[in-house]
Design a protein around this ligand. Structure first.
Ligand code: ADP
Ligand code: MG
Length: 366
């Protein structure tokens, strides 16, 4: 535990801070050509994302667990004049990958525009400091650049989160930026030209389709890379265990000695309900309305770990995760609790070695 008088630390440091040592080691070991303004070569960026061991023995932890090719296409897109769109269902690490890409390519993951229904054009282009505007009139000093404008003038990576949630006209303000690589400022009779190294990583949710469809003019400016759900239960367990260990460290939770068995069980429940069938394929199941994403798995297990650490003996057990599992599955009380009860009684109850989990889930639902 941290002592009361130590300096406050950020609850969630940016990727470039949290992994500063790995990034430094990669930069030092990297002798391949770097695109203009890139902190390291495309090869080193993909090693940072996928993990590996450097010639001097430094271990680079994997950030993304998934197909190597997905990462390679994403990284090489950023070295071209096309922007990158990461597409996928919720919880497939779109935001996570975008942050790590920006950290490795530009050393700065903070040039971020969050897309919502209320995102205004100023967030993508520029705004004005009204006090300055009134005293000095329209001038460079009164202009407030957006993160995208800053990335353009400094040759860095800008991030646009949830692109398809932004109103269509705001999305379209990206078209000139991406095709002409310039941002006109008519009020000043000037423009900001993008310098080499500038690019954009956007993310969009598969399920948002139809909310604000990406215009075809804009879509053409992006290379789309789809991030898949974890292919196997083993891969998903690895993702969850790794991320929970990281989160646990930053929350000062004790390390997890025997937690992987319990993680494997929760992963099984999520995957079976998501797929609508048991792992052996013998029993068909109904799927609940929620997404049951890997991200939700991570928060269920982290919550369980906190319970085990503070109120149990530090070992993650069924009753530490049961309430979290039921909460994630039963989102819509009416429809989902039927689905859950059926799964509980036909699958969980009958499964060898799952008695404790069955009991814990029944208690959690009571
Ligand atoms: N394939 C994966 N590899 C590594 N981490 C993953 C993977 N899939 C999900 N995660 C984890 O899930 C969490 C949520 O991901 P996030 O980027 O917020 O999802 P999205 O933006 O796609 O909804 C992150 O903490 C990330 O570590
Ligand atoms: Mg996201």
């Amino acid at each position: 535990m941290t002592t009361a008088d130590s300096a406050p630390t950020a609850l969630r440091p940016h990727a470039e801070e949290a992994f500063a040592e790995e990034l430094r080691a990669l930069e030092a070991a990297d002798d391949r050509p770097r695109p203009p303004r890139w902190r390291m070569s495309p090869w080193a960026v993909s090693c940072y994302l996928l993990g590996g061991t450097l010639p001097d023995g430094t271990v680079i932890s994997p950030k993304y667990v998934g197909p190597r090719r997905v990462v390679e296409v994403a990284v090489s897109t950023l070295a071209t004049d096309r922007a990158l769109l990461l597409l996928g269902v919720p919880g497939t690490a779109k935001t996570w990958v975008s942050e790590h890409l920006a950290a490795a390519v530009s050393g700065d993951s903070t040039l971020l525009v969050q897309g919502t229904a209320g995102t205004a054009e100023e967030a993508v282009r520029y705004g004005w400091n009204y006090a300055r505007l009134l005293t000095a009139g329209p001038s460079r000093e009164a202009l407030v650049p957006s993160p995208v404008m800053r990335a353009m003038s400094e040759g860095l990576t800008a991030r646009v989160e949830e692109l398809t949630r932004m109103p269509a006209d705001v999305q379209d303000s990206l078209i000139t930026i991406l095709s002409e690589k310039t941002l006109p400022v008519p009020e000043l009779g000037q423009e900001v030209q993008a310098v080499r190294g500038f690019n954009i990583v956007a993310t969009a949710n598969d399920r948002d389709r139809g909310v604000n469809e990406l215009s075809s003019a804009l879509r053409r400016r992006f290379n789309t890379v789809v991030l898949p759900l974890p292919a196997t239960a083993e891969a998903e367990v690895e993702i969850v265990a790794r991320r929970v260990a990281q989160l646990g460290r930053s929350l000062d939770l004790p390390p997890l000695p025997d937690g992987v068995a319990e993680i494997r069980r929760v992963v099984t429940v999520f995957r079976e309900l998501r797929a609508g069938a048991t792992e052996d394929g013998r029993t068909k199941l109904k799927s609940p309305s929620g997404t049951l994403s890997t991200a939700e798995l991570i928060s269920v297990v982290t919550g369980g770990l906190a319970l085990a650490a503070h109120f149990g003996d530090g070992v993650l057990r069924a009753d530490d995760v049961a309430a979290g599992v039921v909460g994630a599955v039963v989102r819509d009380q009416a429809a989902d609790s039927v689905v859950w009860q059926e799964y509980l009684e036909t699958v969980v109850r009958e499964r060898e070695g799952w008695k404790d989990f069955y009991r814990a889930c029944r208690e959690a639902a009571a």
